[in-house]
Design a protein around this ligand. Structure first.
Ligand SMILES: [Zn+2]
Length: 282
């Protein structure tokens, strides 16, 4: 009888422990403990992605505000639209993001808890103007943003996290060197402007540059066949035409896949662009 009770109570404890484990994991999923970052809040949330792209496509020539910054305020005050928050965070004269302390001094944000100094310190939000060493990779008036940096999406039925920006535009739209640098790679295996789902980035150019003691690798992918104006080891100037857009490789239509990395880490290439800089080769 005693043995049966022990077995019974062990089984009971096991069921309780299992139940607690399920409840705790559900709470973690629902961010009950507040451990989730803004990034994971956005996970699988196509509505945020669509909203953000809509606002970006309307505003991108005026400057760039990352999704993280918009969500930071949106989650604290959701009666403001993405569009309002974008505009409130943009310095129209300098065409760049305002320092967060300046945004927090504005009437819409003044009393938000996310603007208290402790919260600001922990948030990692920029307090100073960002460095903007790059020029534009393409004429933004000619493009539609179809995928942003770190967007979670489904392409050809497969889930992926996009580590670059996709800028849709007509075939053979010029692409520019975003910085002074050296052409590290020119790979043009496609002689026709066609999609190949096993073809990765298709025709590509990789530009390497050293800006303010940081080395960046900039990849221009899915380029149009035979459009490269450069070869490996060429020295190029910021704004120089490198080639034209296409849809070669793993691509659903003509666009520029603009990808930046530094120290083997993916970097938000849009956050490096000086939108007030309009110097291009004609
Ligand atoms: Zn892409």
């Amino acid at each position: 009888m005693k043995k049966i009770t022990v077995i019974f109570s062990s089984a009971f404890l096991l069921v309780i422990a299992f139940g607690i484990a399920i409840i705790v994991s559900c709470l973690i999923c629902l961010d009950f403990f507040g451990t989730n970052t803004i990034d994971s809040y956005v996970e699988d949330n196509m509505a945020y992605a669509d909203n953000y792209k809509k606002v970006l496509n309307k505003n991108i020539e005026n400057g760039y505000i990352p999704l993280e910054r918009i969500l930071y305020f949106y989650l604290a005050k959701d009666n403001l639209s993405f569009s309002e928050i974008y505009n409130d965070n943009l310095d129209l004269d300098l065409k760049r993001m305002k320092p967060i302390t300046e945004v927090c001094s504005q009437i819409n944000y003044k009393n938000l808890s996310v603007c208290f100094s402790d919260e600001l310190k922990l948030s990692g939000q920029q307090t100073e103007y960002q460095n903007k060493p790059f020029g534009k990779p393409v004429d933004f008036s000619k493009v539609t943003i179809t995928s942003f940096f770190m967007e979670q999406r489904i392409v050809f039925g497969n889930y992926d996290v996009h580590t670059a920006w996709d800028l849709a535009c007509p075939a053979q739209t010029e692409v520019y060197a975003v910085c002074d640098g050296i052409i590290e790679k020119v790979s043009f295996p496609y002689s026709e402007n066609v999609t190949d789902i096993s073809g990765g980035g298709g025709n590509q150019i990789v530009l390497k540059c050293n800006v303010e003691d940081k080395i960046y690798q900039v990849t221009y992918a899915h380029l149009f066949p035979n459009s490269s104006t450069v070869k490996e080891n060429d020295t190029v100037k910021k704004g120089q035409i490198l080639g034209g857009t296409g849809t070669t490789g793993y691509s659903t239509g003509n666009h520029l896949h603009y990808q930046v990395s530094s120290d083997n880490k993916n970097v938000d290439g849009m956050s490096l662009i000086d939108f007030s800089d309009n110097v291009y080769e004609q």
